[in-house]
Ligand binder design. Structure first.
Ligand SMILES: Cc1cc2nc3c(=O)[nH]c(=O)nc-3n(C[C@H](O)[C@H](O)[C@H](O)COP(=O)(O)O)c2cc1C
Length: 210
């Protein structure tokens, strides 16, 4: 079965989920690789990794020194058993406070119902910086031989926040979104900018963005 630029041996996908098997640096280690390899041996066509942060405001997996080596090790082990591997690029936006304890970065200073943390409203420069983070993450994944980078555009995280009127009502920084890589002066510009940051059409979007 052909999906974008690569072919999968069947229609079965292991959807992205945290395993609690990652190395302490949040990257794939022996336990997590063994978990994915067991799935590949079982005949799954496509394995999706859980989220990986793309910017320091939320923890950046791709800034870790071992990122390239560890993603390469996971990919090679999975490929050896005939499955394909895609990894998720992620920024939680206003939900980030849950993980970092700091003031999360988001399109608007509108608090989340679960944390009540009031986010820091991203400036134009910060929005561009985050978009570049998606691009840097994708570049590392591609160099590691990973079959695709999935931009996580669902579950109420940063990209969804730019698309939804709920977390962006009121004072959204429209200057940030309109200068994020599109000529369209709307908040919906930003989510599509990461797709083209550095990597072009190799990066795929998550189902919420199709
Ligand atoms: C513990 C756990 C962690 C998850 N982590 C992610 C994730 O990192 N990225 C993602 O896109 N979805 C994540 N999901 C959602 C799953 O990929 C899946 O869409 C969801 O569990 C619904 O499928 P199911 O009914 O087969 O469980 C997670 C789900 C669970 C239960």
């Amino acid at each position: 079965m052909k999906v974008g630029s690569f072919t999968i041996r069947n229609r079965i996908m292991s959807t992205p989920h945290h395993t609690a098997f990652t190395d302490p640096d949040g990257l794939p280690g022996p336990r997590e690789i063994a978990y994915w390899v067991a799935k590949a041996k079982g005949g799954i066509g496509l394995i999706g990794s859980h989220v990986h942060g793309i910017h320091y405001s939320t923890g950046n997996s791709f800034a870790q020194p071992a990122a390239l080596t560890k993603f390469r090790a996971a990919t090679e082990a999975i490929h050896e058993h005939g499955a394909k591997f895609v990894c998720q690029l992620w920024h939680p936006g206003a939900q980030g406070g849950m993980l970092t304890g700091g003031s999360p970065w988001a399109p608007s200073p509108v608090s989340q119902p679960d944390t009540w943390a009031v986010p820091h409203e991203m400036t134009t420069a910060e929005t561009r910086e985050v978009i570049a983070g998606y691009g840097r993450g994708a570049a590392i994944l591609r160099e590691a031989g990973v079959d695709g980078a999935e931009i996580h555009g669902a579950h109420g995280y940063l990209i969804t926040q730019f698309l939804s009127p709920f977390p962006t009502r009121g004072t959204m920084n429209t200057a940030a979104t309109s200068s994020a890589g599109s000529t369209s002066p709307s908040r919906s510009s930003m989510p599509f900018a990461p797709r083209w940051a550095r990597t072009g059409p190799w990066v795929c979007a998550s189902p919420a963005m199709r």
